[in-house]
Design a binder for this molecule. Structure first.
Ligand code: ACO
Length: 165
């Protein structure tokens, strides 16, 4: 497995993975905006064990993290935000999401001096909540009522990045 920075040519595959894995979907231009504005912050996991039969074969992208810096932070503190994270079903529970998150967090600190990283997650998403809270050390700041289009609440989570600053 190769974890590398996201390239613009990956974007259709990222959009495909997002549609497969999450109900929160975006126009291609929103992915492009991330890739152009914060090119250091988003990563993909590529399955390099898959043989490339022709030079035109696409690498198989099995996970991604789409990340950004908050442009106008309400608290005035420079911080990052995870827009979207997902790993294909065939490749889950192999530590890929943890690696993607740690790469994005490190880049937020090294490139932009981020003090913390924030994200939203559905209150029913046990897998992601385990990853964020137990594996990575996020804490729930508040619950946002009916945050999602279908009426589900979100946990608004945050991880201080001081340890890796
Ligand atoms: N139930 C409980 N714990 C789980 C589960 C699960 N289904 N899946 C993973 N975990 C735990 C692992 O055991 C591991 O814990 P450990 O550190 O105690 O050993 C930890 O979470 C990290 O596991 P990874 O293997 O790194 O996670 P994985 O690569 O499987 O990806 C993810 C986790 C991203 C949540 C995946 O299940 C997925 O893509 N789900 C659908 C999309 C999604 O929910 N994305 C997050 C939405 S929130 C957002 O985008 C900001």
């Amino acid at each position: 497995m190769d974890i590398r920075v996201l390239q613009s040519s990956d974007l259709p595959l990222i959009q495909h993975a997002n549609l497969e894995n999450l109900p929160e979907n975006y126009f291609l231009k929103y992915y492009l905006y991330h890739a152009m504005t914060w090119p250091q912050l988003s990563y993909v996991a590529v399955d390099i064990s898959r043989p490339q039969k022709t030079p035109y074969d696409q690498p198989k992208i099995v996970g991604y993290v789409l990340a950004k810096m908050e442009e106008e932070p309400a608290d005035g503190v420079q911080h990052g935000h995870i827009t979207s994270l997902s790993v294909m079903r065939t490749h889950r529970r192999l530590g890929i999401a943890e690696k993607l998150m740690r790469q994005a967090q490190l880049a937020m600190v090294e490139t932009f001096g981020a003090h913390y990283v924030s994200l939203h997650v559905r209150v029913s998403n046990r897998a992601a909540i385990h990853l964020y809270c137990d594996t990575l050390g996020f804490h729930n700041e508040k619950t946002e009522s009916k945050y999602y289009a279908d009426g589900e609440d979100a946990y608004s989570m945050r991880l201080e990045l001081s340890d890796i600053r």
